[in-house]
Design a protein around this ligand. Sequence first.
Ligand code: MF3
Ligand code: CO
Ligand code: CO
Length: 263
Amino acid sequence: MAVHLKIREEIEQMRIAGRLAADVLDFITPHIKPGVTTGELDRLCHDYMVEVQQTVPAPLHYTPPGYTPYPKSICTSVNHVVCHGVPGEKKLRNGDIINVDITVIKNGFHGDTSRMFFVGQPPIQARRLVELTYECMWRGIRAVKPGNTLGDIGHAIQTHAEQHGCSVVREFCGHGIGRNFHEEPQILHYGRPGTGMHLEAGMIFTVEPMINAGKPDIRQMADGWTIVTKDHSLSAQWEHTVLVTEDGHEVLTVSAGMPAPPA
Ligand code: MF3
Ligand code: CO
Ligand code: CO
């Protein structure tokens, strides 16, 4: 399978899906506080997607090769959970950090975005990791323009993370997205400048670095989905869906409440 370059009509549908995914994050933001369970966040998002937006939550029953069907509508990854945290009975506590990852389907097109949230007042190291990861995502996005390569994106992310004593998770990457949740190309969050595929206008993919405060190694939990850091260090992730334009890029997962890009 090759990389699918999107045409104008597809790009317009991807703008719609991207905005809707970001809107779910705006919607859930005021609910993220001490005492709420991740299962409650899932139900609130599920009902908002299905009833208010009339979108389909892409994670629900999603079954990549080698996986069991994903049982919930969103991913909630708390503290040392790297990604794919499955919502459940777990109550958020003051000082936690949490990633909420939303993927909606509208008119057959996918929008995929995630943000980090502070629960109450996390310790300064946790806040720094979240901010560093946000900068990493944006350094990756800012490398997106025709003529640059996938390695340029990965390099921008990796160097910034490692300069600050943190590490990049290797096993999961960004991905092409469109009518499929995950399609080519893979967007590694590490790499060397000038290597890999050249970017072309019309490509749409996610940039979603997972950055660990400690070592990069991960483990999968017995539920078959939840990924944690092997050393139990904190992990953070942010995600946008991005279009390569003739002169650079356009972020598709935009909303009124999205945090401002770093200076
Ligand atoms: N949204 C995740 C991503 O950014 C994928 C989650 S797959 C799921 O690619 F099944 F866990 F939802
Ligand atoms: Co994604
Ligand atoms: Co996602």
